[in-house]
Design a protein around this ligand. Structure first.
Ligand SMILES: [Zn+2]
Length: 258
């Protein structure tokens, strides 16, 4: 049922439940379409990582050495060779991904396959444990960043109960800017990823990784960063577009009285 809404001397007709439903369906379709290239954005990284596997021996010893050179071992950081973990099905054991866990100070990585990725994870460890100028805080903004970006997906699909020129509450302001907020919340994550890579490459050099291999690493790390950047941009755009669709379908409409 729709009803009449008055604001600023104008009369507005609120929208029907049918219209809200249509809006929600279209918004989710549009958002899905915008996010669909994410599968491809991650591909260059996954492909190169796989291609580097036969060269693992060229990085492996240097990677182990890097833990001492960075003095992260003194901070309690450990490299856990994920290939020996029970969970053989998980991505770390399989060697399709690696990670640094700040709480346990562990780098989880298949050292028989993707040591090349390990320097970047040590970069994360350096960011979390040995950094100046707020990089440490950047590292801490990871979880909240994802949470805020996720929350904005909900704000994007709320129905608009008031016309555009009605007095705005804090919720309205968040809804008006949800795409921007989602994108901005992801930026500290992208920045921290970039810094982890820069520090990882520096560490690889200090650990004796040969220059042509460093060049290779740089390419791989750039592709990884592209994945994060892509997520931030497409995520922000998807939220923005959902919001626009919902505005169109659910904003009360001005009734022309003349
Ligand atoms: Zn990373």
């Amino acid at each position: 049922m729709s009803y009449v809404y008055y604001n600023n001397g104008n009369e507005y007709q609120t929208r029907t439940l049918m219209s809200e439903t249509e809006g929600a369906i279209l918004a989710s379709a549009v958002s899905g379409a915008i996010l669909s290239p994410l599968t491809y954005v991650g591909k260059p990284f996954t492909n190169q990582l796989k291609k580097e596997e036969p060269n693992n021996h060229l990085y492996k010893d240097c990677f182990q050495k890097a833990l001492n050179i960075s003095e992260l071992d003194k901070k309690g950081v450990k490299i856990i060779p994920a290939q020996f973990l029970d969970a053989a099905s998980n991505e770390y054991a399989k060697g399709t991904n690696a990670c640094f866990i700040p709480n346990t100070k562990e780098v989880l990585i298949n050292t028989d396959k993707i040591s090349i990725a390990g320097f970047h994870e040590l970069g994360h460890a350096l960011n979390a444990l040995k950094s100046k100028y707020g990089v440490k805080y950047l590292a801490k903004m990871r979880a909240p960043g994802y949470a805020i970006a996720g929350l904005m997906e909900y704000f994007a699909i709320f129905s608009r109960k008031k016309p555009k020129d009605a007095p705005r509450s804090i919720t309205d302001i968040i809804e008006d800017n949800c795409g921007k907020i989602a994108f901005t919340a992801m930026l500290p994550i992208v920045a921290e990823e970039a810094i982890a890579s820069i520090r990882g490459i520096k560490l690889a050099r200090a650990s004796g990784v040969a220059e042509p291999l460093i060049k290779n690493m740089k390419k791989l790390y750039a592709k990884a960063l592209m994945t994060y950047g892509g997520r931030a941009i497409l995520g922000g755009l998807a939220v923005y577009a959902s919001r626009k669709v919902m505005d169109y379908f659910t904003r009360p409409r001005l009734v022309e009285n003349k």
